[in-house]
Ligand binder design. Structure first.
Ligand SMILES: [Zn+2]
Length: 206
């Protein structure tokens, strides 16, 4: 008698596993335009937002926040350029979408940017990369993986400035990899840790 619930439980588990497997199999493939286009759109939007945030910080005399957002905007433009190249290699013309962004106060801009980077790093890029693998769209995977690693560093840099108001007014010159968009507080001693570009490929921004 006691075995019945166990058997039913096992059957239920098998059914759940089977349903999940079927659902994954049934997920439609996404086109290169959908996969890379979403990454390109997000990067362009973020770059435009950071340029607006840098301007707002300048207005508020927060040189530290201004220099951070200038460096990050530069990096997001590098990501966007790499995604554009992926689209062209896939035979897709990248869409031209002008952006208009409203900035808030600099403290709110930092918080908003930190959450945005966390979302891109932990959810959006892993989803796009999984979509590309499932849809056998291999071309953009490397640049999306590099962008994801870069966004995790952006998150750390924004968080450090947000949590220390003394940094808000302290201008800082950041080192940005012009190949992958990785941002550091200073020049690396060797190659870029994300894409292995030589140190002379870094631009000093801020
Ligand atoms: Zn790099």
């Amino acid at each position: 008698m006691e075995r019945i619930p166990i058997v039913i439980g096992c059957c239920a588990l098998v059914l759940i596993a089977s349903a999940r497997s079927s659902a994954e199999t049934l997920l439609p493939s996404r086109s290169p335009t959908e996969i890379v286009g979403s990454a390109l759109s997000a990067e362009e939007e973020t770059a435009a937002a950071y340029e607006a945030y840098a301007h707002q910080a300048e207005v508020e005399s927060y040189a530290g926040i201004r220099s951070l957002f200038e460096a990050l905007a530069f990096a997001e433009r590098v990501h966007a350029r790499n995604h554009e190249r992926s689209m062209r290699r896939l035979g897709v013309t990248p869409p031209m979408t002008p952006r208009s962004v409203q900035a808030n106060g600099s403290g709110e801009n930092l918080r908003s940017a930190m959450l945005s980077e966390k979302e891109e790093w932990q959810r959006s890029y892993p989803q796009r990369i999984a979509d590309a693998q499932r849809s056998a769209v291999w071309e953009p995977i490397r640049s999306m993986q590099r962008s994801r690693l870069s966004e995790s560093k952006h998150y750390s840099l924004i968080r450090a400035v947000l949590e220390d108001p003394a940094l808000w007014t302290m201008q800082h010159t950041y080192a940005v990899c012009t190949r992958c968009g990785y941002v550091r507080e200073d020049l690396p001693k060797g190659a870029c840790p994300v894409c292995e570009a030589a140190v002379d490929q870094f631009a000093l921004i801020g």
